[in-house]
Design a protein around this ligand. Sequence first.
Ligand SMILES: Nc1ccn([C@@H]2O[C@H](COP(=O)(O)OP(=O)(O)OP(=O)(O)O)[C@@H](O)[C@H]2O)c(=O)n1
Ligand SMILES: C[C@](O)(CO)[C@H](O)COP(=O)(O)O
Length: 379
Amino acid sequence: MTTAAIIVAAGRGTRAGGDQPKQWRVLAGRRVIDWSVALFHGTAGIDLTVVVLHPDDLDLYTPPPGVMVTTGGASRDASVRCGLSALEGAGVTRVLIHDVARPCTPPAVIAAVLAALDKAPAAAPGLPVTDALWRAEDGTVTGLQPRDGLYRAQTPQGFAYAALLAAHRAHQGPAADDVEVARAAGIGVVITPGHEDNLKITTPEDFARAERILTGQGTGMDIRLGNGYDVHRFGPGDHVMLCGVRVPHGRGLVGHSDADVGMHAVTDAIYGALAMGDIGRHFPPSDPQWKGAASHIFLRHAVKLAQENGFMISNIDCTLVCEYPKIGPHAAAMQAAMAAIMGLSGDRISVKATTSERLGFTGREEGIAALATATLVKP
Ligand SMILES: Nc1ccn([C@@H]2O[C@H](COP(=O)(O)OP(=O)(O)OP(=O)(O)O)[C@@H](O)[C@H]2O)c(=O)n1
Ligand SMILES: C[C@](O)(CO)[C@H](O)COP(=O)(O)O
């Protein structure tokens, strides 16, 4: 079984506007064509990739090693025929045809088409129409169009190679896509799951949406990661505050506030994920009102800032670095204390510890260090 992908890229992109066809525009740091080729070239299940270019564009494209280039025709179906012909004699058994203008296709969409081709001669992704459909004239609704059984067609569309080549050669007149050509030749086409992110860049507005998807923001989720690091030195005292828990110890930690080094690292991780500075910026040590302050004030502030900016805290991971006190016996209480302050369930907070093998300032028991990571999600 040899599977090829044909990427049709010979269109002029007239509806998308701009001073060059849409496949040459840069989105999220890469040209549209490069995103689309990368969906297939070097991907498991795809053995060969062919890019079909307009004759005027040949100089614009240096194919990655292993990618074939051929020239297209005056219409999409003519370009597909050029791509299919270029593969003759290459031993190809299955072929996927993809629009270069769909650079955001989720891998699962491609995988579903390939899987369906194991059992059917043709398969293509589609999305059921969910909105009501109107008929209209001059901007006024003239009637309703039943949407039952209607799908929005996407690519890649997959076929047994020889059957599609024969279907294209026999086809008379234009065709919207290869499913139309295959059906005209009596080939049944299975519908596989499409995806909203699999948009075809058609109009100028589509570029911004495609860019959001390609930068990971089009999933509807904005995911941020922040880290925090803090150190406090030991001084006189009979306990230390660590992650909201009073832990008996022969010495205390020195600081402007209660010196809860773990909670400070967690707080800074949240500020970091929000790109909103650190504790020192929000609670300056020069301000006497924070002298001896309980550190949950800082953590609550960071959590509130996250909420005000539309983020929920997905998880926190905090590591305390010290020889003593031993953290293990208190870790569960620390998790519970921070979960209560942050309004999270305990399984989203991790508190763990390590020694530094007696090396460095923590190894010499001069102080305690803490590192933390926070993941914030805006749904
Ligand atoms: N002669 C053509 C026409 C279209 N296509 C390709 O077919 C796909 C779908 O077509 P469409 O979105 O309509 O692209 P364009 O034809 O470039 O756009 P427009 O119709 O706005 O000019 C695109 O990947 C396009 O490059 C092609 O290879 N050869
Ligand atoms: C093949 C196709 O992408 C299916 O949706 C589409 O038909 C091609 O684009 P066009 O805008 O119809 O030319």
